[in-house]
Design a protein around this ligand. Structure first.
Ligand SMILES: [Zn+2]
Length: 70
């Protein structure tokens, strides 16, 4: 009884060998590969929010540094 190899599947996305048994993402190796295959990775739902411009309104006002008008 050597059925172990028959349970090894190849991920259709990254070709990584993955056990089919107990794998909730089969035939993919992971959620990521499944999402990639479904195209959801590129959709808005799966996009990682870009918060890099949240500091735009925190501009320090250093007007006091220009004290040459008095
Ligand atoms: Zn994969």
């Amino acid at each position: 009884m050597n059925l172990q190899t028959s349970k090894i599947k190849k991920c259709p996305k990254c070709k990584k060998r993955v056990k089919g048994e107990g794998n909730k993402w089969r035939p993919f190796c992971s959620e990521r590969c499944k999402m990639l295959d479904l195209g959801a990775w590129a959709s808005e739902d799966y996009k990682i929010p870009d918060e890099s411009d949240e500091y735009g309104d925190e501009v320090e006002n250093n007007g006091d540094a220009q004290g040459g008008l008095s």
